[in-house]
Design a protein. Structure first.
Length: 81
């Protein structure tokens, strides 16, 4: 039961940080990266098998693209000042 709660909490955290990054909130890149890192650490503990592991692999690729785009946008904004 606690493992299931942990999975839901992690998924909620990742989706929440994705939304914050999409909204352009400061610090969202780091928060999302940390949420993903917690997910990958959790896979080492054995909970992310099957559907959960598949979800983490799929969402990580999307999140990394979002982080990259946000970082590039921030760099472009900083250079134009």
């Amino acid at each position: 039961m606690q493992a299931r709660r942990g999975k839901r909490k992690l998924k909620d955290e990742v989706y929440r940080q994705m939304f914050r990054l999409e909204e352009g909130r400061p610090g969202a890149e780091l928060s999302l990266a940390l949420a993903l890192l917690r997910g990958w650490v959790a896979t080492e503990s054995g909970w992310a098998h099957g559907d959960d592991g598949d979800w983490l692999r799929k969402i990580s690729s999307i999140c990394l693209q979002m982080i990259d785009a946000a970082t590039k946008a921030a760099a472009t904004t900083a250079c134009s000042r």
